[in-house]
Design a protein around this ligand. Structure first.
Ligand SMILES: [Zn+2]
Length: 105
């Protein structure tokens, strides 16, 4: 996108990439570079080391294997019909032409 409008005070760019994912777009980097500013002041707060550590500060508990799961007393789950895939190339179904002769040799 050429001619993008960058507003550094509002942390926005007309390409909308900066607002959507918080990552710097090329336009923002160019504007910061032209203004000789520090890039650190324009990175979204979510991408700081502090917030990264807060995100992963809790333990992630392991999940038991399928063998440890309790068995259901109800009906067994139905398998999907679409799990079965046929091997090989699908057969070619060709319609014969109206004047094509059938070769029954
Ligand atoms: Zn942009």
């Amino acid at each position: 996108m050429q001619g993008a409008i960058v507003e550094l005070d509002f942390m926005s760019c007309s390409c909308r990439r900066w607002e959507l994912n918080g990552l710097s777009c090329l336009h923002e980097c160019a504007a910061i570079n032209i203004g000789e500013l520090l890039l650190n002041g324009f990175v979204h707060n979510f991408y700081t080391v502090y917030n990264y550590r807060r995100t992963y500060e809790f333990n992630i508990m392991r999940i038991n294997s399928l063998d440890d799961w309790p068995k259901s007393e109800g009906t067994s789950p139905l398998l999907s019909r679409y799990n079965k895939s046929k091997r090989g190339h699908p057969p070619m179904i060709r319609r014969r032409g109206a004047y094509e002769q059938v070769d029954n040799s």
